[in-house]
Design a protein around this ligand. Sequence first.
Ligand SMILES: Cc1cc2nc3c(=O)[nH]c(=O)nc-3n(C[C@H](O)[C@H](O)[C@H](O)COP(=O)(O)O)c2cc1C
Length: 111
Amino acid sequence: MTPEYNYSIPGVLKNAIDWASRPYGDNAWNAKPAAIMGASMGAFGTARAQYHLRQVFVTLNIFSINQPEVLIGNAHEKFDQNGNLTDETTRKFIRQQLGNLVEWTRRLKQV
Ligand SMILES: Cc1cc2nc3c(=O)[nH]c(=O)nc-3n(C[C@H](O)[C@H](O)[C@H](O)COP(=O)(O)O)c2cc1C
């Protein structure tokens, strides 16, 4: 789950990813399954940050699912005051993505 900072992922997220990828030859991310989702107050819902993250996943050898993309735009209108997600369409996409991630993880384990 990522917000978007200046059309990319926040520096703190990148820093965490980088630390876990070293020392060279001991990349903790290697061959791990993943799903990307993000929320921002803008209309594009972190699309640009998510594509940067996918690019980073290539060198980390993270196997990320492609569909569905979860791009939560206008996020300030989709959560209540307690932080609960109230937008039904968004909830549907997240449910679908997590279901696909479970299926993908099971398939990777068989390889
Ligand atoms: C330095 C900075 C850059 C940002 N750039 C973008 C951006 O490019 N696109 C966007 O949709 N939101 C942008 N935002 C808004 C963040 O996506 C939004 O604040 C998000 O909820 C981050 O939460 P946080 O600042 O509490 O970590 C930016 C926020 C900051 C602080």
